[in-house]
Design a protein around this ligand. Structure first.
Ligand code: NAD
Ligand code: DAU
Length: 330
């Protein structure tokens, strides 16, 4: 199978390429990436795949040829950071909505299998003190420019399935953690702050809850869906990893030999979602998927170790990112 991986130089896409090369050696992997600030070729393996630097939001012949040559598309490419979407929404509209539209049209024209990678943020948030979880029937109610652009892209995929019979599936996953995540995101930002001798920053109270899943578990679910699911199916991916942001920061501080209270509170994110939680029963019962990283603390230790050992991978991006946060007052 020739599999196009859009956004393959980003966090989840690059880890997907590593996993697929190891676990599906008979696949040919073709990466398409615009190499925005979030894309990094050093995240990819040294060899074993094809690479095309292309913007999915711009119609062009090379993009069409690459899509024409493949059997399936796994669509990760997107602008992915909520804070950036609040500052500057347009790139989110362009890459997430127009980019998905262009890919859908190419997949329709050339009859390709399409898997759309989306987020649990399309559902908005849950109450902090409830035990509710998102399911496949939870209504969409996105909060930020990022999550609304992803919700819009999901709607496009649903319409292409129903109106054009496109052989597509959608998955909505909770917060990923693991190696090769950009240092703008919560866990790598705090790990690298501590490694550089500064204090972690909690937005607002720090009592917001995220449902963490190791990136390899997200990607093993995507492979399962790609291989086993029927057209039009829709899955939530999660691994019961609910933690408050403060709990995560305390674990990181302790693990890096600091006092658990050595953090600061900073101004809250506008429209900050309170809690996400995923019920992945459908994925587990219909496709038999199970997460391999059931121990969040062990996964976090492995992630800390990766950032400790790969400073050259993150230090340039760290400088730029912290300058940007400084301008925002964080
Ligand atoms: P990321 O920001 O780390 O990577 C995104 C990649 O897409 C980058 O390599 C970037 O260069 C590329 N890209 C952006 N715009 C492009 C364009 N117009 N054309 C081609 N390439 C483009 O993001 P991530 O965290 O790896 O997320 C990947 C996907 O998974 C996204 O669709 C995101 O919505 C979804 N998702 C992420 C999480 C999470 O916790 N990170 C959870 C659920 C779903
Ligand atoms: O739920 C899936 C989503 O998870 C994905 O769709 C997004 O692409 C991904 O970025 C992530 O969104 P979040 O907004 O939840 O992730 P982020 O890492 O930005 O923040 C996680 C939580 O930590 C959130 O409650 C905000 C908070 N936070 C973040 C940063 C960067 C802090 O308290 N301090 C910080 O410095």
């Amino acid at each position: 199978m020739r599999v196009v991986v859009t956004g393959g130089a980003g966090f989840i896409g690059a880890n997907f390429v590593h996993l697929a090369l190891k676990e599906r050696p008979d696949w040919t992997i073709i990466v398409i990436d615009k190499l925005t600030y979030a894309g990094n070729k050093d995240s990819l393996p040294d060899s074993g795949y094809e690479f095309y630097k292309l913007d999915i939001a711009i119609q062009n012949q090379e993009l069409e040829q690459v899509i024409k040559s493949c059997d399936a598309i796994v669509h990760f490419a997107a602008e992915s950071h909520n804070d950036n979407s609040l500052e500057s929404p347009w790139p989110f509209i362009e890459s997430n909505i127009i980019g998905t539209f262009r890919l859908l049209e190419l997949a329709r024209k050339h009859h390709k299998r399409f898997h759309h990678v989306s987020t649990d943020e399309v559902y908005g948030d849950l109450e902090l003190d409830s035990s509710d979880k998102f399911t496949e029937t939870t209504p969409y109610k996105p909060s930020s420019p990022y999550s609304s652009s992803k919700a819009c892209s999901d709607m496009l995929v649903l319409a292409w399935i129903r109106s054009y019979g496109l052989d597509a599936t959608i998955s909505n996953c909770s917060n990923n953690y693991g190696p090769r995540q950009h240092v703008e995101k919560f866990i790598p930002r705090q790990i690298t702050e501590i490694l550089q001798g500064r204090q972690p920053r909690l937005y607002g109270s720090g009592l917001q809850v995220r449902d963490w899943i190791h990136v390899d578990d997200h990607n093993s679910a995507v492979i399962k869906i790609l291989e086993s699911s029927t057209m039009g199916e829709y899955y939530l991916i999660g691994a019961n990893g609910e933690q408050t942001n403060m709990q995560v920061v305390k674990k990181l501080l302790k693990s890096l030999g600091k006092s658990e209270d050595d953090f600061v509170h900073v101004e809250d994110r506008a429209g900050h979602d309170l809690r996400y939680a995923i019920d992945s029963t459908k994925l587990q019962t219909t496709l038999g998927w199970r997460p391999r990283y059931s121990d969040f603390d062990a996964g976090l230790e492995q992630t800390i170790e990766w950032y400790r050992n790969n400073q050259e991978w993150w230090e340039d991006a760290k400088r730029v990112t912290e300058n940007n946060y400084l301008k925002k007052g964080h």
